[in-house]
Design a protein around this ligand. Structure first.
Ligand SMILES: [Zn+2]
Length: 137
């Protein structure tokens, strides 16, 4: 189920592999099926718009509450940036995952985009080696 995979931040293709390896860091390829998450250069630019939409959904209740309480302008100027900062990490992650799933739904991967078992083991070895190098730095 795609909604469950989005909520668990899983791969848009196999829905098993995790997308993120750190707080803001993504795996370059799926640890399970080996697809490349960034399908082309600038692929995640559309995730910015998804992030704006998520920010709007998060901030709208706060704005409505401020309007109902006739809050002064300073409350808006103070509370909205704080709200956006608090939700920056989940918005970043869910914007990217939602965008990848939406893209997979609208433009499914072609067979040539899916790595074979040989390509997958090579890719994962390279990722493993590069993450080892990073850990030693
Ligand atoms: Zn996968």
């Amino acid at each position: 189920m795609r909604i469950k995979a989005i909520l668990q931040q899983r791969c848009p293709y196999c829905r098993q592999g995790s997308v993120f390896s750190g707080f803001f860091r993504m795996h370059p390829t799926c640890p399970n099926c080996g697809i490349t998450y960034e399908r082309e250069q600038g692929y995640f630019l559309m995730a910015i718009f998804v992030g704006y939409l998520l920010d709007l959904l998060i901030c709208a209740p706060l704005v409505v509450w401020l309007l109902l309480n006739q809050a002064p302008l300073s409350w808006y100027l103070l509370s909205l940036p704080i709200c956006l900062l608090i939700f920056a990490q989940p918005v970043f992650r869910y914007a990217r995952v939602s965008w990848m799933h939406l893209d997979e739904l609208l433009d499914p991967r072609r067979p040539e985009e899916i790595p074979t078992n040989d390509e997958r083991s090579t890719t994962n070895d390279e990722v493993g080696r590069s993450s080892l190098v990073v850990r030693h730095l």
